[in-house]
Design a protein around this ligand. Sequence first.
Ligand code: ZN
Length: 236
Amino acid sequence: MTLPNQALVLFSGGQDSTTCLAWALSRYAKVETVGFDYGQRHAVEMTVRPAVLQKLRASSAEWDARLGEDHVVDLSLIAEISDTALTHDVEIAMQANGLPNTFVPGRNLLFMTVAATLAYRRGLDVLVGGMCETDFSGYPDCRDDSMKAMQVALNLGMATRLKIETPLMWIDKAATWDMARTLGGSDLVDLIRTDTHTCYLGERGALHDWGYGCGTCPACALRARGYRQFAGYAAT
Ligand code: ZN
């Protein structure tokens, strides 16, 4: 038995997945990345990915040596078969079932399945995702139980011993910023602040202390609040 040491990180170009990528690079001998193009209304996340990868490489010779191929998978069928505020031009709002209309049903389950298929081909034994139960929007497929069930289903269905790691599952956004500082110091915090993208509306006009974004959508509000909490306790 060898310890799992080759990881595939679900990397969107946002704060969470970039922090997960740094986490994986500090742990595993080999790390590959996968991004999903699913007809997001604003493809800014997908366009910032190459620059984030390049800057992570430049930040550490060790990380550069560990970071392998980047894969981009076209999942435009998600926009075809679902109707949500992330893939269609409608106002972000709360739905009658208590979930925001940015929820894309089954998205993370599909992402994990596709990632597992890719990991199988590439001989990678860990899947790393930024799902989080603490500071989340109520998406049921971000929950720990959903991810654990997914790990069991994938391993049964593919006769593998894949491990799903979700390093952000039990921490809030402020602690996610803090994790970045622990992993890569203030350089990594600055990289995440200025190069990653989280805003639902794709706004990249003004640079705020917490990064680019409209400042008012749920993703921006969460990111800004977390950064300010982090910066507050970072100064003490
Ligand atoms: Zn925003």
